[in-house]
Design a protein around this ligand. Structure first.
Ligand SMILES: Cc1cc2nc3c(=O)[nH]c(=O)nc-3n(C[C@H](O)[C@H](O)[C@H](O)COP(=O)(O)O)c2cc1C
Length: 186
């Protein structure tokens, strides 16, 4: 698949087939594609945690238990957290090595992580997978960072849910407004 086709046909898909699980070699290719992203001064700030099978509920339960212990969320939110990561056969948690002593680098490294994520999503599209990107509170909870073994200054950037497309395929419409561009083209 050429890069323009991958860019224009990729759609975020909240659902995917519960099985089969994409093979490990495919996931390795996606992560390799992610690591070819640019990063200023080649900091390569991205890290990846791949969760499949029971590892998904292990993390969900650990974060829900942390919520209960700290009062960070109500019972409904705890219950949702226990099952959230089960929405796809594979979840890649993309994290960033943080540098609080250098705010510019920290911001640039966060941007680089999103470049890596876009590479990963385009590679997933080329591999025929469905992918969903999620941020929100699961990137903020200290309990999630602890579970992943992150340092205080590190960041959870996003959770990428991956599987084969649901029955009927990914049907989400993909449109974009025309680019807003001011041309100064002498
Ligand atoms: C930085 C970022 C954060 C996102 N976070 C979420 C999220 O927390 N929940 C969600 O449902 N989708 C999330 N998405 C996916 C977007 O909702 C999705 O990309 C958008 O609807 C455009 O659709 P498309 O990706 O199919 O073109 C996120 C996307 C990006 C780039």
């Amino acid at each position: 698949m050429d890069v323009y086709t991958a860019i224009e046909t990729r759609r975020d898909s909240e659902t995917c087939a519960p099985e089969p699980r994409p093979p490990r070699e495919v996931i390795e290719r996606l992560i390799r594609a992610a690591t070819w992203a640019p990063s200023h001064r080649r900091t390569e700030p991205w890290r990846f945690t791949v969760l499949a099978g029971d590892a998904r509920s292990a993390m969900g339960n650990a974060v829900a238990d942390w919520m209960a212990a700290t009062g960070a969320a109500n019972e409904g939110q705890q219950a949702a957290t226990r099952v959230r990561l089960l929405r796809a056969p594979v979840v890649i948690v993309v994290t960033q090595v943080g540098t609080p002593e250098d705010a510019t680098r920290d911001r640039e490294d966060y941007a680089a992580c999103w470049c890596a994520i876009e590479n990963l999503l385009l590679a997933a599209q080329a591999e025929g997978l469905a992918a969903h990107t999620s941020t929100g509170v699961m990137t903020e909870f200290a309990g999630a960072k602890q579970y992943l073994g992150l340092e205080e200054q590190d960041h959870i950037v996003a959770y990428i849910y991956l599987g084969y497309p649901p029955e009927g395929g990914v049907t989400k419409e993909g449109t974009r407004r025309p680019a807003v561009v001011r041309w100064e083209w002498e």
